[in-house]
Design a protein around this ligand. Structure first.
Ligand SMILES: Nc1ncnc2c1ncn2[C@@H]1O[C@H](COP(=O)(O)OP(=O)(O)OP(=O)(O)O)[C@@H](O)[C@H]1O
Ligand SMILES: [Mg+2]
Length: 317
């Protein structure tokens, strides 16, 4: 933590251009020590560019970034000793084992006393310590990647889309590892396009779209401040249900080709809809009424489409 400000990361008016493209457009934010900070946004939003400027890999076009009290353009060597990085689309040496890989990276960092066994345990790879990288599944590979990012016992860990492409179970296993990092007091900077990941793990979420941060707060506050409605989901409803609800003045949408989601302002509206459906003899398998989640906050703020658990930008809703 910087003595002066109390923040581990301070980003001020950061801009990055690639030719005519403004990939990161004048963003400012801070990350407190020990928090999990998630940069959430769709493909091409500028997440990797932002992360890799903060962790010294890329240079900004303008603006200032301070990490652990140091300017990231001036103190690269001092900074990299104190941070860990899991790059997007991480890969490692095919034919060396989990243990050998960690021993190697530890030497690269000139670390004399890396607790390799402890790291393997932290990422739950005890059973795979002698397995070669090429034989590991996607989730196990990502967990090895996280362990690599920790060989120098960093204060700050950057994880760029640690769970993209993993199946739900493997994703959950990575989440457990990330929760372990937080418990160890690390500051974690995460990028993701999975809403539920940000909602579950992050203390602070910054939503980035087309290079700009359009909202930033705790997941709970983002939901509270952006939305003031309930979502009624009718599972596997009859074909005529959408029409019935529409004629009542609501705007139901079809989700997953079978469920019907409707935003309502008040629980009384739910009652009205259910009564109308009963009267019409319409069938549905079950229902769910809940407060909006980060997914809906994102949709509201960006006008993005949501498919299979991650966001895809679209022009208009
Ligand atoms: N080195 C580069 N040269 C030119 N353009 C780049 C470069 N890196 C990124 N871009 C462009 O900048 C924009 C932001 O890219 P970036 O990789 O930061 O987005 P992202 O949010 O990480 O996306 P993803 O979710 O796909 O990883 C994109 O339009 C991308 O094509
Ligand atoms: Mg990226």
């Amino acid at each position: 933590m910087t003595e002066k400000t109390g923040y581990t990361i301070e980003v001020e008016n950061l801009t990055k251009r690639y030719g005519d493209l403004v990939a990161v457009d004048d963003i400012s934010f801070t990350v407190s020590t020990g928090e999990v900070f998630a940069l959430l946004g769709p493909n091409g939003a500028g997440k990797t560019t932002t992360v890799e400027i903060i962790n010294t890999i890329r240079t900004p076009t303008s603006g200032t970034v301070t990490l652990l009290g140091m300017d990231v353009t001036k103190k690269k060597l001092d900074i990299v000793r104190r941070i860990g990085v899991l790059p997007q689309g991480f890969n490692s040496f095919d034919r060396i084992t989990v243990r050998e890989t960690l021993q190697y990276y530890s030497r690269l960092f000139s670390c004399r006393n890396t607790d390799i066994a402890g790291l393997i345990e932290l990422v739950n790879l005890e059973d795979k310590a002698n397995e070669q990288y090429k034989n590991l599944s996607g989730g196990l590979r990502q967990r090895l990647g996280i362990a690599i990012a920790l060989v120098n016992d960093p204060e700050v860990v950057f994880l760029d889309e640690p769970t993209t492409g993993l199946d739900p179970r493997a994703r959950r296993e990575v989440w457990e590892v990330l929760q372990g990092l937080k418990q160890k007091g690390k500051t974690v900077f995460l990028t993701t396009h999975y809403m539920e990941e940000a909602e579950l793990l992050a203390d602070t979420v910054a939503i980035i779209s087309k290079g700009k941060i359009i909202a930033m707060d705790s997941p709970a506050k983002l939901i509270e401040n952006t939305t003031n409605y309930l979502v009624l989901t009718l599972l596997s409803a009859d074909d005529n249900v959408i029409e019935i609800i529409r004629t009542m003045g609501f705007e139901p949408v079809l989700d997953n080709d079978k469920d019907i989601k409707t935003r309502v302002e008040h629980i009384d509206d739910v009652q009205k809809i259910l009564s109308a459906l009963k009267e019409a003899g319409a069938f549905y398998l079950g229902l769910d009424v809940r407060k909006p989640n980060l997914e809906e906050v994102f949709l509201k703020l960006t006008g993005a489409a949501f498919h299979n658990g991650h966001v895809v930008e679209r022009e208009a809703v």
